[in-house]
Design a protein around this ligand. Structure first.
Ligand code: NAD
Length: 324
């Protein structure tokens, strides 16, 4: 058993969290993760309306009686969603764990506190983490530069960012970005992390509702398989390297590109087709550098059990043996 303040806080068996993933975080995956003793997280904006989110929360409840949460990400979007209504759907459905991301959770904290919701805020810098702590979040996920999606603009990898955050904060910190297996999990614990948050690794599981072609492609990837786009627009996103993300990077390299110049290429609705139909070149899809470490497509239960038992072996075996 690996016990931390985060396993205690969320009432979970293992210090493992499945981070919110647009077009991936559906009830099947989330319930499988929670049933495996980790924390599954639904993605609010993957549901077309707040009413659909409430139904997805119900569907998840039918598949697990373990704790799970909902991710609410506030970032630039092509069609801005009614965030306040999504937040109301979350609290109205009785969900007690929320992962906020994208910007300060401050506008939602009064509502979440009123409903006794524990907030784990995901951010990419120590200064944002301190701000979130000051407005009352229960925990922080610190996103290193390796992460999928939006790693921020500071480019600090988890090896430095996680201990910096853990030392600066009083609330417990989970490491995100680069974590995918027992070796990286033990490293996160050594760095002061009290859990790991994984997205990419959970995409390559049996229960993730994305096309088999995507999962197989992930098992063939290496550490050079991602692209950073939107660098010039201060909304950097790490995505899988394919012909579409290559094209976006090339357009941006002119130095004068605006979002309008890449909008049709990057639309989330196109990326969604990749996941649903398995056409890997149809659009943009997120992946972290840890995709290099994805070698198979197990069930969530197999993956989490293996992760925890191998982590314990490293702690009891290798780490003990190097001690003189
Ligand atoms: P979308 O189709 O609205 O936009 C596609 C991409 O373009 C997103 O990365 C978005 O941030 C970016 N974008 C939109 N308008 C922009 C602008 N004016 N300037 C610069 N960049 C802009 O997004 P979607 O796929 O429907 O996703 C919905 C939300 O979920 C977005 O906020 C997106 O950023 C977020 N998301 C988060 C992650 C993550 O890692 N946390 C991963 C995927 C998507």
């Amino acid at each position: 058993m690996l016990k931390t303040r985060i396993t205690e806080l969320f009432g979970i068996e293992h210090p493992v969290i499945q981070g919110g993933m647009q077009w991936v975080g559906y009830a099947e995956l989330v319930s499988a993760v929670s049933n495996a003793g980790a924390l599954g997280i639904l993605t609010a904006l993957t549901q077309p309306t707040p009413e659909d989110l409430a139904k997805e929360i119900e569907r998840t409840r039918e598949m697990t009686d373990k704790p799970f949460g909902v991710n609410l990400t506030v970032l630039p979007t092509i069609n801005p969603p009614p965030y306040e209504e999504y937040a109301q759907a979350i609290v109205g459905s009785g969900v007690k764990i929320v992962e906020t991301a994208g910007r300060s959770p401050e506008p939602f904290m009064e509502l979440f506190k009123e409903y006794d919701v524990k907030v784990i805020h995901k951010c990419t810098s120590v200064r944002h983490a301190l701000k979130a702590q000051s407005v009352g979040v229960s925990a922080i996920t610190i996103d290193g530069f390796e992460c999928a999606g939006h790693p921020g603009e500071d480019d600090i990898p988890s090896l430095v960012l996680l201990p910096q955050a853990a030392e600066a904060l009083d609330v417990p910190v989970a490491g995100c970005g680069g974590f995918s297996d027992a070796k990286s999990m033990v490293a996160a614990l050594a760095l002061g992390g009290e859990a790991i948050v994984m997205g990419t690794r959970f995409m390559a599981t049996q229960e993730a509702g994305i096309h088999q072609n995507v999962k197989e492609k992930m098992t063939e990837a290496d550490e050079l398989s991602t692209n950073l786009m939107f660098r010039t627009m201060h909304n950097t996103a790490r995505v899988f390297k394919n012909s579409v993300s290559d094209q976006v990077v090339e357009i941006e390299s002119t130095g004068t590109a605006t979002f309008e110049d890449v909008k049709d290429l990057v639309a989330g609705q196109r990326g969604r087709v990749v996941f649903e139909e398995g056409d890997l070149e149809h659009g943009i899809w997120s992946a972290g550098i840890s995709v290099a470490r994805v070698k198979d497509v197990p069930t969530c239960k197999e993956m989490v059990s293996r992760l925890v038992s191998e982590a314990e072996e490293i702690i009891d075996g290798r780490l003990q043996s190097v001690k003189a």
